[in-house]
Design a protein around this ligand. Structure first.
Ligand SMILES: Cc1ncc(COP(=O)(O)O)c(C=O)c1O
Length: 425
């Protein structure tokens, strides 16, 4: 493959290239990508195995050119979209009033949540002087993105020692200008579920929106409940919860670009949508941020949901959870590692017992050098693992890689030298 330069690429596209050559070049380009299909990634990508993946991709391919901007032209997409929304509504115990849309994923859902909160104020002719939203430090960064887009002040509050939202701190931060509070099920950084009932009650007492971000847990928590695990109430059964986001391109094992946002009723949903005819092109409406929207993610989600069914999701949730707990318990018993919290679903993070002597990011470097991808986060400096079904057979292997990485990072820091990384696995 030619070395990359803008000049090379511009020369190549002058003439185009045969299909085979184009595909071959793409395969070459991905040769150093993380091998997520083999379970080497503990973030960014999810796999329920080759069969589910093939179905997701095939469904995506078949509908990738269809445009969900106007589903009147594509009744197939309308039907699939409605089915997906209905299934997810059932998972989160929404009643017949609950209404929602598919989005391109968690970020779009959360940005729309902020937008809907501002629109609700306008619709109800309430005019906060300087609208703000109150959310724990653990809630996802995309909420800040939404606040940035729509001019909402962000009030981040401390979390408790167990990493869950501190409800008193949230109560103190709320005032007459608060338009939205947020809780997560679970939050991403440490994988614990916020006290959703108490947070929703704060919102209800002021008649403002309360969003539950279940982008990570929206598929797994219902499955865990079906499997008989004790799960504190977190969904539409909780009074005061006005919206919930669930991502299907995570633990729904659908193709990327698949999320769902649900509102308690159609009126609250209307705060999310946009409609205009103030141009020469006639009526234009859309449910989310995108205009033209590939039918691929809708079809992919529909296909995977129908193939797996609740039984399939229960099986996958059991696998992912067993892998997450297996790795977490290993970390918990490691003398040099500090698990932040036992995962309430399938994600968690850890640091080192002595962060001055043992840099957790040096351990992450060693893990990367062994060909595995983990996320780094902070504060506090931590490694984050999003464990999914693909990892179940790999628990022992990953724990061995982790142990070796800890030993090597410690040896390197004891020598005060720069690590020379070798791929050992
Ligand atoms: C809890 C939570 N919410 C929202 C998101 C954003 O989702 P996406 O990256 O799919 O837009 C994530 C991503 O990891 C998340 O963990």
């Amino acid at each position: 493959m030619d070395a990359y330069s803008p000049r090379v690429v511009r020369r190549v596209i002058e003439t185009g290239a045969p299909v085979g050559a184009v595909l071959e070049q793409m395969e070459q380009m991905r040769s150093s990508d993380v091998q997520w299909r083999d379970g080497r990634a503990f973030s960014l990508a999810y796999s329920a195995g080759p069969e589910v993946l093939a179905l997701a991709e095939e469904a995506y391919r078949r509908f990738s050119g269809e445009n969900a901007l106007n589903m009147a032209a594509f009744p197939s997409l309308r039907r699939m979209h409605q089915d997906v929304v209905d299934v997810v509504t059932g998972w989160v115990h929404g009643d017949d009033a609950v209404a929602g849309f598919m989005t391109s994923g968690g970020t779009e859902s959360l940005v729309l949540v902020v937008r809907a909160a501002t629109k609700r104020m306008l619709r109800e002719e309430r005019s906060p002087a300087r609208p703000n939203m109150v959310l724990p430090m653990s809630a996802h960064a995309a909420l800040d993105k939404g606040a940035d887009y729509f001019g909402v002040q962000v009030r981040r509050t401390a979390v408790s020692s167990d990493w869950r939202a501190d409800v008193d701190a949230m109560a103190d931060a709320i005032d007459d200008d608060t338009i939205l509070v947020v809780a997560s099920a679970p939050q991403y950084p440490q994988g614990v579920v916020d006290p959703i009932g108490e947070i929703a009650a704060l919102a209800a007492s002021r008649d403002i929106n309360c969003h539950v971000d279940a982008c990570m847990g929206g598929v797994v928590l219902p499955a865990m409940e079906r499997l008989g695990e004790p799960i504190p109430r977190w969904d539409f059964r909780v009074d005061g919860v006005t919206s919930i986001s669930v991502d299907l391109h995570k633990y729904g094992y659908s193709s990327k670009g698949s999320g769902v946002i649900l509102h308690r009723n159609k009126q609250l949903r209307s705060d999310q949508t946009f409609m205009t005819n103030n141009w020469l092109g006639g009526a234009y409406g859309s449910s989310g941020i995108l205009g033209t929207k590939s039918g691929g993610p809708i079809a992919s989600s529909w296909a995977v949901l129908h193939h797996l069914g609740n039984e399939g999701y229960d099986r996958l949730a059991r696998s992912a959870r067993s892998a997450a707990l297996g790795i977490a318990r290993h970390i918990e018993s490691h003398p040099m590692l500090a698990l932040r919290a036992l995962p309430q679903t399938t994600l968690f993070s850890f640091g080192t017992v002595d962060p001055i002597r043992h840099d957790v990011f040096a351990i992450a470097d060693e893990i990367a050098a062994a060909g595995w991808h983990v996320d780094r986060q902070g504060p506090p400096a931590s490694i984050h693992l999003t464990v999914n079904a693909v990892h179940e057979p790999l628990v022992g292997r990953f724990c061995a890689v982790l142990d070796a990485a800890v030993t090597r990072a410690a040896a390197t820091s004891a020598q005060g030298g720069t690590a020379v990384y070798a791929t050992t696995d």
